[in-house]
Design a protein around this ligand. Sequence first.
Ligand code: SF4
Ligand code: SF4
Length: 691
Amino acid sequence: MAELIPHPFGSLINRMFDELETEQSIFDFPEKKFFCGLSGKDYSVNFHGKKSSSALGPASGPQTQMAQNILLSWLGGCRIMELKTVQILDELEIPRPCIDMQTVGYNVEWSQELRIEQSLHEYVKGAMLIEILQASGKLELAENFGDVLYDMSVGYDLAGIQSDKVRQFIEGMQDASEIVEHYRQQIPEQYREFRKLDFQTKLSDTLTLSTFHGCPPEEIEKIIDYLFREHGLNCIIKLNPTLLGKEKVRHLFNEILGYAEIHVPDEAFENDASWEQAQGFVERLGETAKTLGLCFGVKFNNTLIVENHRDFFPQSEKVMYLSGTPLHVLGIHLVQQFREKFGDQFPISFSAGIDKTNFADAVALGLTPITVCSDLLKVGGYSRSSAYYKELNSRMDNLGVSDIESYLLKAYGNAEQALKNIASGAGNISGTEVAAVDALRKTLENGGEFRKVAGAQVAPLANEIFEKWLSEVKLLNTKTYVDEVTTQARYTLEKNSNPPRKVGTTLELFDCLTCDKCIPVCPNDANFALNIPQGETEILEFENNKSSWSVKAKNSLKLEKKYQIANFADFCNECGNCDIFCPEDGGPFLLKPRFFGSLETFQEFSHRDGFYIESEKTSAQASIVFSRFDGKEYRVSETGNTVNYSGPDFEVQFSKNDPANTISGEAKSRVSFLNYEIMQMMRASYESKSR
Ligand code: SF4
Ligand code: SF4
């Protein structure tokens, strides 16, 4: 199985700054596509009593599984990071491939693939990278865009969550001082000024609970109760779309949206918490949270469990988890169902088919955080979230607003109605409250900053009225949007059944369409461009006959493309996503040159071909190149002008400038220099990369 291997912190820092300087990108995310906020726009929201510069965040998934992923999410404008779920079983065998983004989005992956302790370290490293980059002043970060929050996610049952391993993880996130000190020492000398930073050590006091599909409701309630009392965490429960009930899910999903062939098994409804049960535990947990002075909310949705009706995942997987576009409609219906019962009493976190069009709607509904996963796995990757802000900005500009509360009030034209509802609903509304409502109404007519008016003109009661107004608008906006979203064609099967185009050719080690799609679609930044010059290289083939060497054949290796595509094995868990979006067949992660980050990983994953380049030890010695072609290992080392090249059944030495006349050594059969030439190309190009 392919494993993710955390990268040394110092190397991540070096690469972050070097790449920004030399290639105007960070971890292959081009600088021109970063979203660093806009002057004059305030997207801030409140999450569990803390300020975040935006409601947008990566969902607990591939985008938060490694340190560089967290930074990449941040560069795309995400500000509430729901960290990938950790659980006691941290040595899982995940089937590969595990992500199928051909149409709507299916997966068979679940929690973090790293060990729990590694996850904790990756999360701390990610947060420190962000702080260092922020402190460097190398980005033009808008004044209101600096606040970022980290939200833990743990699973999946009470016994596991009570285990020492998970406890240590939670405590480590609540106080990461030791880990921060450990990594502070690893900040390279060149960047020593950042060793003085006052890094955040209380990384998180919030948690979103992920439970098994089919987790008994009593168990869910006990887990949250435990997390409240034992760890003092503000909590959110992620709930399943099955809460809508069998009839409604099937009506919406199979009939309205047209996914008639996809079956949600009966057991999914029978095993999951029912709506009645969920209402019960939400009420009780809400009360407990209040008593303990903590925050409590819900999240819509978890993925939807469906029968494995495709041949993408191994057939041993009887079910798979649907995500992406159609889930949006189910999620919004759940928001409405929940708000009809609970009003705006509990905050709602949201994750279901968020994209550049509907992000602004989710903001208008006051959902926080609004998390995204599937869309960021499509072409463009992390940079896709910049487009979310483009749409939100355009809507905010049209409404003449510059902050989220004002946007929410005006987004669907429900503000006036909401004021009327408050005034009439209150019945015995007091004189002061009437004055407050009037002041707010005037602000609505004349344009102005609602929060200021509420605070200054008729304080203190006006603030209370203002909060009521916001809540009422959220409820009305939900109604407006649910009607709209249900009938939108973009969520239907018809609009979501075309897989990415394939051209019918198969990838080879070198040259391809060089469309670059595989680079950003990798959530871990495992694929990258390699600068190997175009041209033709002569390939000699030698024969050793009674200690006399002669050239027996001359061939050539021709590279036609301006650059090549490569894969960094330590960041690749073979999820398969780049294969989906590559127009050619075979999978870039399988067929393109693969580089390992250490000799250990090169040797450990011996079932995969690839290269490891060991940095030079002395100035007289060039880096040693290790490689595997068709499972056979080769090695090239150089001292001065002398090259030592060995393979499965040969070891030869020669002068670099004149192999034909200087070669000597042992060989059981002919020695082709094809692999030697490739290894030399790999060394030269890989070393020129800031990796
Ligand atoms: S390189 Fe491809 S297969 Fe590997 S992790 Fe990235 S997207 Fe997945
Ligand atoms: S490997 Fe595939 S996706 Fe990547 S650049 Fe080549 S053709 Fe495009």
